[in-house]
Design a protein around this ligand. Sequence first.
Ligand SMILES: [Zn+2]
Length: 662
Amino acid sequence: MSGATHPIDAALFDPKTAASDDFYRHVNGGWLDANPIPPEYGAWGAGQMVHEHNQAILRRLLEEAAGRDDPQGSAGQKVGDYFAAAMDEAAIAAAGVRPLEPYLSRIEAAGSVDDVRELVRDLQRVGASPLHSLGVAPDFEDSEVYLVYLGQGGLGLPERDYYTRDDEQSEALRRKYVTHVARQLANLGVGESRPGEAADADEAAEGILAFETRLAEASYTAAQLRDVPLTMNRHDFAALDELMPSFGLAGYARDLGVTSPSVNVDNPGFFRALDVALAETPVETLRDYLRWHLVRTFAMSLTPAFEDEAFDFYGKALGGQQEMKPRWKRALASVSADIGELVAQLYVETAFSGQAKQRCEEMVDHLLAAMGRAIRRVDWMSDATREEALRKLDGFSYKIGYPDVWRDYSDLEVARDSFVQNRMRSEAFELARQLGRLGKPVDRTEWEMPAHIVNAYYHPLLNEIVFPAGILQPPFFYADADDAVNYGAIGAIIGHEITHGFDDEGSHFDASGQLRDWWAEADRAEFMRRAQVLVSQFDGYEVLDGLHVNGPLTLGENIADLGGLKIAHDALLDALANADPAAREPVDGFTPEQRFFFSWATVWRTNYTDEYLHLIVKSDPHSPARARVNEPLANLPAFAAAFGIGDGSPMARDADGRADIW
Ligand SMILES: [Zn+2]
């Protein structure tokens, strides 16, 4: 198929930077210089621009819904009332901390670990998630049924290393964190001479940091959490009690509504350490800890004193944003997080066409075929493993645009009375919905993210790839562009998601989503050897002075970027070979292959604040944009050939240094 639109804009290039030196800068330099980060963002690029575009559409739809009087229980009523309550600054100011009072008074009265356990359970239900995380997903040993996944958690900082690093910057950030915690506790009234409480909020915050540090020290790193064999640990109820004998983890899980015979525990050592920490920590510190996690969760739905304080720490100090987003965007983010599929229903009616869906489906079919050719072509895999890999690929399913069956929210009450209470009810509804699936067959029609989100995913337990309508927008996807442009953008992203089925995580699961080692030992060893080349390349990549990409943390995404680009390029060559000869002609002097690589660089162009870069390098499994663009390309001979780049240039690794997996 060839289209009339040619959205490669050479005016956004940087002619002073050679393609052979820094392709990312070469293609994006003009754009990067002309598009500084808006003060409300920590990063600004193609993804954020599409997000803005989607938000503008949703704002109109939500305002319309809020202005109507739709029938009670309808999607319009729920979305409209939620948005209206979140926009109602006067009602939020008048309510103060009253929506939290039922929990605050129970926390104040808590005198024992038993009281604490009941509070932890009830705070889990409203989304405050102290101590641990919890989710329900297909069973890793039987993808027909659901299993509870109990995870480490309970931290106020993004992940464990924030507590354990002893460099100056980490130390300074921890001091800011303690100040922030103290200010939020003071906003709640802690320190106003309550008998039996910490003398002041500062002292309480120090106690919280000490308690969270114990949890952090027992936590896995972000990279360890990607280790499938390490984190798949089925526990029956007797085994849960062995992990936390004094807390009584089994009874706690039953109380919460876990009805399955077993649960998965990602990090058993964390729960053992948590049991000891709970027993050894003074109950007044535990009370402060629960207050803190309650206020942390709902701060952005309370008065400006809470919002500003939360923004100063999480938005500014951690995320590099200079200004808070306007109220309507915050309200939209909240309604989208809580009742996303209701919002998505409104969005897809206006923003997604049947034509877009059909073209995208054709691309997915071509990309799956290209992955099949790659699996057949690689020379490092034995025939037995190759057969299994092809069987896994045959088992792939895909979803494009939006769900065939929308989620049923009829049991959720949404009202105009209180922003915080809508959030609490939504969280309680969601946990009940998840736990309510236990004992029922796995519903393969469900989506993990709402259809208006600018993202895509591979689900290893369902062996499926999913592309929401939100990302099927320019510059990721042009319904009317020619193949070269679309294959370099959404095509490489589709390839990326397919490749996740065969990365260091996905390769542990088989065609039906079950954890099964289908690899011959020598093949697995060779796969890991090849993966290690990528680990070393990215470990060596310096983002800012002294700040390097985390090779093990980003490995799965880097395998997916390299493999996705390679199979998308192969799919493009296949499409061009079968197309009208005109499709193989240059456009504006650029060959289809050059335009394919331009398109790849374009979708990832992003300006970052330093704070945001630090945050993502420590916690995000995706590499920062420049590395995402340049590193896979430097491993691809087809890229060097398309631009006539010789070996030894920064953008062309020589044969011995190249990473090559799929
Ligand atoms: Zn990915």
